[in-house]
Design a protein around this ligand. Sequence first.
Ligand code: PLP
Length: 364
Amino acid sequence: MTAPRLEIELEKIYHNARTLVELLADHDISVTGITKATLGSPDIAGVLLRAGVSMIGDSRIENIERMRLSHVPATMVLTRSPMLSQVDQVVKYADVSFNTELDVISKLSSAARKVKQIHGIVLMVELGDLREGIMLDDMLDTIREVLRFPNIALKGIGTNLACRSGVSPDATNMSELSSLADLIETTFGLTLDIVSGGSSANLNWALSGAAIGRINNLRLGESILLGREPLQRQPIAGLHTDAITLVAEVIESKVKPSQPCGEIAQSAFGEQPPIIDRGHIPQAILAIGHQDTDPYGLQPPPEIEIIGASSDHLIIESSLPVGAEITFQLNYSALLRAMTSPFVAKVTHFQNGHTPAPISHMIH
Ligand SMILES: *Cc1c(COP(=O)(O)O)cnc(C)c1O
């Protein structure tokens, strides 16, 4: 079979999604299934929906368009603030978008008005990670303005932690979000349907037995696809960490010195060569590199060590022969890049031709 390739096992993704949906349902938290690391794969979105996610979210409107055109039957949420230049597509393909700028919301309202629609928005709040979000002190004024736009419906509020600065979701920042939800509802006499507490980074908090407050939704990507929580990158008990794997092929296999020979300057990616001389070692080269994935985000089988990488080559310590294939587990960065590379084939394994029982039959 062609290499390099991502092997995608839908059965395992279903299991991961279903397990998290059930665990969080015990805390009255719904799951928005995040598809951006799959380029908006309609097959994966379908699996997430069968597993019981309440909405599908993606950061790229192009991915949402792809799922829409494939008739994925879901409420579609754009999780990155829309570009002014894309408001027409956003209104056309997404039901709801996450927002922080009144200028954008105003243009969304005009775009929705042109096509006689109401566009839903979730306002994102800054709670310390310093990526997107409205400052707490500006929230009430912003909402006052938002409520004036005729073709905008305020669906809720949300926050995002951990992604830029690594700030962990905890009792303090989560209760700030809960209190804000209460304050908004009493101030304006409205109901917020969605209080979205965060991402896979919130799982430890949500499942720790902490008070959940008003949080009723999490947006999960990495934990479903890779079976890990992103704060410490630990496997989540009961989930598969190999639902998606990367297979690469050996194109050279030789015994070579462990130390380079000659005057040493920078390598292609500014890395330092190894400093320990271990004599001659078996070295194999795989036909995959920085252009296809993040080499440092690959986890090889235990007996194999990655010892170098350039644009098109991954060097491992191994005596595997030319033509051999090696299967790696991936972290989020390696997955994103591999999924996006046209040089990496995507091979999807379906669920043995059987469809899981409808959700209503599985919740007890
Ligand atoms: C990608 C994304 C998520 C999902 O994060 P994971 O760590 O993959 O669960 C959640 N929220 C927003 C705004 C995102 O862009």
